[in-house]
Design a protein around this ligand. Structure first.
Ligand SMILES: C[S@@+](CC[C@H](N)C(=O)[O-])C[C@H]1O[C@@H](n2cnc3c(N)ncnc32)[C@H](O)[C@@H]1O
Length: 367
């Protein structure tokens, strides 16, 4: 793709539907977590990511960021070939877009760049940045949780083209959740390009999740979780997760998949009263001393576990690019099409003229 400067571009904004689970009461969500169903898909993404959060500091100091940039630069020719037939690129969680800008240099035939992210302001900034360099490129911003994107695309008969996600972002889930995500994506993607940290050295993993930047990230997330949970429960200013009855703990879990967990451990028994959905109904929840809440997890999938996940979800790992010994890799996963009709995406698939069909707002940006 050649770059030019421009004054105006077209960006489409899509608000992804939010899964219904968030409508549960605070009590039910906390209880689910205590009982071990602790993939807080819907809750954790908006709580930890967004303009008021601190993920940027974590990204900037992460060795994975420099590793992935090196992978892209050292393997630029190969990655360019991987992207040769890419007219639609859908990126999950581009963040500040530093890596996106490097990838875009390698996609020569792109017509549409689509990003899926919770962070509205990061997407606006990145859209502006991309537009300046690539004025003819259609840009779509899908705001909301990753897990809503496949069904939104499927229901609206949209193809995601090449799916990209860097910085261990899209697969930061248990293998079961990733399996569902990959199966949902298989019919609507040509390939998944995934940057994944596979470092399973306990000592180095622990040290990278106990830095001041990571501490700030967690603290801001705890603030937001309290805000969100209080709003579900129609309470104001209540300190549930931010109170002094919790102590932080970082735990490394090996099975069934290697991950690091940031936990809150109750230092005393705590009672909370939660409102239930029907007016007047309340539930008292006693959190016992030593109760553990897993508030954030980071999964580390090495090449072998990527292979297992890929095979179980019906994909083939067609290539892996590596830059160093730290465990950061860029994998190319291709859905096996035996039982599927392959559909090649062109930009004409996206009906840019009919906002009713996509239920989207079309916005014109001037820079
Ligand atoms: C740690 S940053 C990674 C940014 C970039 N990919 C990189 O490698 O530097 C994670 C990004 O994904 C977004 N994000 C993380 N989990 C998400 C989810 N479940 N749904 C929507 N956005 C999510 C965050 O808002 C943020 O922009």
């Amino acid at each position: 793709m050649s770059s030019q400067s421009t004054e105006q571009s077209q960006v489409k904004w899509v608000m992804l539907p939010r899964p219904k689970r968030l409508k549960g009461t605070f009590a039910s969500i906390v209880l689910q977590n205590i009982q071990g169903h602790d993939d807080w898909h819907t809750l954790k993404a908006p709580a930890f990511y967004g303009p008021k959060n601190e993920w940027k500091g974590v990204s900037e100091e992460s060795p994975q960021t420099s590793d992935e940039l090196r992978i892209i630069s050292l393997n630029s020719q190969e990655i360019e070939c991987e992207l040769e037939d890419c007219s639609v690129l859908t990126e999950f969680g581009p963040g500040d877009g530093t890596k996106t800008m490097e990838i875009l240099k390698l996609v020569k035939n792109i017509k549409l760049y689509r990003m899926v992210d919770e962070d509205e302001s990061a997407m606006w900034k990145l859209a502006a940045r991309i537009t300046k360099l690539y004025p003819r490129l259609y840009i779509e911003c899908w705001q909301g949780p990753f897990e809503s994107a496949p069904s939104y695309a499927t229901n609206n008969r949209l193809h995601l083209g090449h799916a990209l996600s860097l910085g261990s972002t899209l697969f930061n889930n248990s293998p079961e959740v990733n399996n569902k995500l990959m199966r949902d994506l298989a019919p609507i993607t040509n390939k998944i390009i995934i940057g994944q940290d596979g470092n399973t050295d306990e000592h180095s993993v622990r040290s990278s999740y106990t830095t001041p930047a990571f501490h700030n990230f967690i603290e801001k997330g705890r603030d937001r979780l309290d805000e969100m949970l209080n709003s579900i429960d129609r309470n104001l200013g209540r300190q549930v997760l931010k109170n002094e009855g919790w102590q932080s703990n970082v735990r490394i879990v090996h099975e069934p998949a290697f991950h690091v967990v940031w936990q809150l451990v109750a230092t005393k028994a705590m009672d909370f009263i939660f409102h239930e959905d029907s007016p007047g109904e309340q539930k008292r929840v006693r959190i016992k001393k030593n109760t553990e809440l897993n508030i954030f997890k980071a999964y580390k999938y090495n090449q072998q576990s990527i292979d297992v996940m890929a095979a179980q979800a019906g994909y083939d790992r067609s290539a892996t690019y590596v830059a160093s010994k730290t465990g950061s890799c860029l994998h190319i996963l291709v859905p096996l099409r035996d039982d599927m009709v392959t559909r090649v995406t062109t930009v004409e698939d996206i009906d840019v003229q009919d906002p009713r069909r996509l239920k989207i707002e079309t916005l014109h940006l001037s820079f």
